[in-house]
Design a binder for this molecule. Structure first.
Ligand code: PLP
Length: 363
């Protein structure tokens, strides 16, 4: 079996102990299992810095996109209009979701290397009073930029709009004071910074807004309100749950705590990201995002203009030595990406840099 570590934005490298949790076939209506779901839900609220009186966590089968689709298509409704702030592929995907569901929406596009500007958002909201909901991505994994959700929260909340944040690749890797920011729905998934395996997504919802979702969903399986009603009583998922993934996730939550919670994990990610950028810089690789807005999750690097190798040559060379990197996704430039979330430590970054040196020497 090939074995390499993933320097990608998820699925990511998980610990051996998280993987081992999946060696059990759990019964879904069993009380122990339902209690695991309830514990996960409670602890997610702690990670989000929200009170259980005002917020609830809903787990949903599927990949991260299912969670974003669930939140959008269960909350906007026929009478609402969604403003999407986009500076990457995941923002554009929100428009795709709205389009498929036949929702009214408007997309405000920013260049991939710029954060959505709160002043522009304020202007759009004042011009277009039909808008009821605003959505954006926190860590735009397309480029690695970390968007300023706080400044946007301020203008959205001042105007009493519902605020939906895709924090897929940042939740638990960066502190997010969800309640203080007034975020109504925030979405992440099992296989990102909590370091579980893929199979479900979770949405942390302000209860007063979730309540308004009753009967609004345009999809049966992604109905956020119904999923909550099903799960809230005793922890039983509405439809078959990914039992192995849930067990692995519970273990990953424990390991997050053992590491020292989000502050410690955020520091590890940020330190490794900084080291990666510094060392890659010495080898001549420049970042696509400027230092001010570069997030700690994943980094887009330009191909050097004089590169005499292809991405796939570089990829294969690195993979043969134990690491998988990621192709670029920005449209206007030749780039590649290196993620540093998951079970990745300083030694891994150092090892990667030495592989790069070996690769460049061979060219
Ligand atoms: C990973 C990710 C998603 C979800 O992608 P899936 O392939 O559906 O898991 C959504 N938004 C962002 C910003 C992501 O990084």
């Amino acid at each position: 079996m090939i074995n390499y570590k993933l320097l990608t934005p998820g699925p990511l490298t998980t610990s051996e102990t998280v993987k081992k949790e999946m060696m059990v076939d759990h019964c879904t209506w069993d009380n122990d299992y339902k209690q695991i779901t309830q514990k996960i839900r409670r602890e997610l609220l702690d990670l989000a810095h929200v009170s259980p009186e005002d917020y609830t966590a809903v787990l949903m089968q599927g990949s991260g996109t299912f969670g974003v689709e669930s939140a959008i298509t269960s909350s906007v409704g026929k009478d609402g209009k969604l403003l999407i702030l986009s500076n990457g592929a995941y923002g554009e995907r929100m428009a795709d979701i709205a389009e498929h569901a036949g929702l009214k929406y408007r997309i405000e596009k920013f260049p991939y290397y710029e954060v959505p500007d709160a002043a522009v958002v304020a202007k759009v909201l004042d011009e277009d009073p039909e808008i009821t909901h605003v959505s954006m991505v926190h860590s735009e994994t397309t480029s690695g930029i970390l968007n300023d959700i706080a400044s946007v929260a301020k203008v959205v909340k001042e105007r009493n709009k519902v605020y939906i944040v895709d924090a897929m690749s940042s939740f638990a890797g960066v502190e997010i004071p969800v309640q203080d920011l007034g975020i109504d729905f925030i979405i992440s998934s099992a296989n990102k910074c909590i370091q579980g395996v893929p199979g479900f997504t979770f949405i942390i919802c302000k209860k007063s807004e979730l309540m308004k979702c009753k009967g609004k969903a345009v999809s049966l399986s992604l109905d956020l309100y119904d999923q909550w009603k099903g799960m809230d009583g005793d922890g039983k998922w509405r439809f078959t749950s990914p039992t192995h993934v849930v067990l692995a996730f519970a273990k990953a939550m424990e390991e997050l705590k053992e590491e020292g919670g989000i502050p410690a994990r955020a520091k590890r990610y940020a330190d490794n990201n900084k080291l990666l950028i510094e060392e890659m810089g010495k080898l001549g690789y420049k970042t696509y995002i400027d230092a001010e807005h570069q997030g700690p999750i994943i980094t887009t690097f330009f191909y050097p203009e004089d590169a005499n190798y292809t991405f796939s040559e570089m990829y294969e060379f690195i993979k043969a030595r134990g690491y998988a990197i990621y192709p670029g996704k920005v449209t206007e430039a030749e780039t590649f990406r290196i993620g540093n979330i998951g079970e990745i430590y300083k030694e891994d970054i150092e090892k990667l840099i030495s592989i790069y040196k070996e690769f460049l020497a061979s060219k």
